[in-house]
Ligand binder design. Structure first.
Ligand code: M6R
Length: 613
């Protein structure tokens, strides 16, 4: 949801900002803009569309001898994705600019008030009121004016402000939208919505908290609490990602690269946390005491999108092996329903970014109600990890493709680890079963690695007769039902084909009416505990002339009697099927979308990190 970049230091600012924006473009790509200070004047370039259009406009200005500036890549909320609505937004004088990620909820009344005072607005955005409001309070102290403006504003915001009257500093404010400072003794001080923008320059970062204001200068920074007015001492965190991790490394798209990184992502998530000899799981950062564990009588899993699908899988695992009732909620619903939560309810957020607004709001509510909070998260230091009592990191490395792939399978690996941890602590599984399941989890990365190249080839061939379909159904049972949902989500978000996921047994309660020769159905039919039931459902589709793709177990020749289009996967423990069966679903979506010429890494209307409600 919009990417913010700021820099002041010894480097020329324009390339630094553009590189940062390129690395944050996954957050939004409706428009982009940059501003820098040169010879006492603010110079602004903005363009609708992707960053490449802005770069074309900037041309030779890339070498401008400027050392302080801001940049923004937008995911439109208020106002169409036009150049006029692109950030940075200026005040009336043109001497002050603002970039913003978030939503100013009371912007309308502020705008009317400022218009009455003579301010002239040139965009339809909520952000522009900030520039005018700061201008209204500005005498000769930018920080004082920003503080006064913030006191009037309701909503969420990560802000960067630059004023020609204070040419050596940027001012940044955070409230409910992520903001991180990068610090480097030799290079200067950086500001960004997310870590990948900082990686080429520094791995030393400081995560801002809500209601904090930062003053960034080439030779250092200061951070103040807007609540107490006092300076705040912040911890510097060293990030162990490297810049290459956020590059395509020869792959055509980030999405494909990230699918091929899945074996490593699973291994990184699992290794060091499970003893291969005993199956014992250790999760030192989980933050649960023995008393906490004994207290838990229910678990809420809260997440959005793909992460919600991981939660649905985990419900099956946790209930089966740890014997604890689990409720799974879409975060945007969870936060507004009448929750029955107390300290015996463990609430777990699942999030790649750790910044998704609804999920964050959900855990805040549960925390207030006395629940212990754990987050399963991929981004070190993200807001959720700082607010939760405990964390299980997924260690997938930076995920840049908007469609979540390696983060999802790592979430599954982390959730299975967590299931084993709970089951072992609560002694709901035998030692033997713990060891068997632990070894299955350790082994699944190798299976995925072996199968990936073959699957990619087979699927590229298979989709020739499916890529131009208008609709698709994905079905699965039990543990594979959430994978059907995930397969459908992947396909619709990157190929724009209408796709739905269903529990196989639910088809005959309505959706089967859709089946005809134009409605392909992809069915997940591993030889697991519900295999016979799944096959019966597939027969029902076949009887109605449905076109069927089956994904099933190697050696299951019966599948070929149903359809020619079968993708075989090796037999693994049925608990591991959700991880394994995700791979062909992701590759199918990727192959169809690229065949249709879609921009798989930056699908229309989407942003990777949804930091507004
Ligand atoms: O960062 P999060 O895991 O909290 O993000 C949740 C969803 O926005 C995300 O999974 C989204 O559904 C992806 N586009 C799916 O590919």
């Amino acid at each position: 949801m919009c990417g913010i970049v700021g820099y002041c230091g010894s480097r020329r600012v324009v390339p630094v900002i553009l590189e940062g924006l390129r690395r944050l473009e996954y957050r939004g790509y409706d428009s982009a803009g940059i501003v820098y200070l040169q010879d006492g004047k603010l110079i602004k370039h903005r363009s609708e569309g992707k960053l490449s259009r802005l770069e074309a406009i900037i041309g030779d200005a890339i070498i401008a001898p400027a050392h302080i500036g801001l940049g923004h890549t937008r995911w439109a909320t208020h106002g169409a994705p036009t150049t006029a609505n692109a950030h940075p937004h200026s005040d009336c004088s043109g001497n002050l600019v603002v970039i913003h990620n978030g939503i100013i909820e009371n912007y309308h009344s502020l705008r009317e008030e400022l218009k009455d005072k003579g301010h002239i607005f040139t965009s339809q955005t909520d952000t522009e009121v900030l520039a005018h409001l700061i201008e209204e309070y500005l005498e000769n102290d930018l920080v004082a004016a920003v503080k006064k403006a913030i006191a009037r504003v309701e909503g969420s915001y990560a802000l960067g402000v630059l004023w020609a009257g204070m040419p050596d500093a940027l001012v940044a404010v955070r409230n409910q939208s992520p903001l991180v400072l990068g610090v480097s003794e030799h290079e200067g001080t950086f500001l960004a919505s997310d870590i990948p923008a900082l990686l080429p320059y520094t791995k030393e970062v400081i995560f801002m908290d809500d209601m904090e204001l930062a003053i960034l200068k080439a030779d250092g920074h200061q951070i103040f609490s807007l609540v107490t007015g006092l300076p705040v001492e912040k911890k510097v965190t060293t990030i162990d990602w490297n810049p290459a991790m956020a590059e395509k490394a020869g792959f055509k798209h980030f999405m494909l690269k990230e699918i091929f990184e899945e074996p490593q992502a699973i291994t990184n998530t699992v290794s060091g946390r499970i003893n291969p000899e005993t199956g014992e799981v250790v999760l030192p950062e989980i933050g649960l005491t023995a008393a906490d564990l004994a207290d838990i009588d229910r678990i809420f899993l809260v997440a959005c999108g793909t992460s919600w699908h991981a939660a649905l899988v985990a419900k099956y695992w946790i209930e089966k092996y740890a014997n604890i009732p689990v409720e799974v909620d879409i975060a945007s619903e969870f936060r507004y329903r009448h929750l029955l939560i107390n300290k015996r309810v463990l609430t777990i957020s699942i999030s790649q970014s750790g910044e998704t607004a609804d999920t964050l709001a959900g855990i805040r509510i549960a925390k207030e109600m006395g629940a212990k909070i754990i987050t399963i998260c991929n981004v070190v230091g993200s807001t959720m990890t700082r607010e939760a009592h405990g964390t299980v990191y997924t260690h997938a490395g930076p995920e840049i493709g908007v469609a979540s792939t390696k983060a999802f399978v790592s979430q599954l690996a982390a959730l299975f680890l967590f299931t084993l941890y709970l089951a072992q602590k609560k002694q709901t599984i035998s030692r033997e079963l713990g060891l068997e399941l632990g070894q299955e989890l350790i082994g699944i990365a190798g299976v995925v690695e072996r199968e990936l190249p073959r699957l990619q080839k087979e699927i590229e061939h298979l989709i020739e007769s499916y890529y131009d379909c208008r609709d698709f159904l994905f079905v699965g049972r039990s543990l594979n039902y959430p994978i059907a949902l995930e397969g459908a989500l992947k396909l619709k978000e990157i190929s724009y084909i209408h796709a739905e996921g269903y529990a196989s047994g639910e088809l005959k309660h309505g959706p089967i009416a859709l089946i005809d020769k134009d409605m392909p159905v992809l069915a997940l039919v591993p030889q697991d505990e519900v295999y016979q039931k799944s096959i019966s459902n597939v027969e029902e589709i076949k009887a109605r002339q449905g076109r069927i793709i089956l994904i099933g177990t190697e050696g299951d020749s019966h599948l070929r009697t149903i359809t020619d289009d079968v993708i075989y996967l090796p037999k693994v423990h049925s608990a591991m099927n959700p991880i394994l069966y995700t791979i062909p679903a992701q590759l199918l979506a990727y192959a169809i979308a690229t065949k249709r010429g879609c921009d798989v890494d930056q699908p229309r209307n989407l942003a990777k990190s949804v930091t507004v409600e």
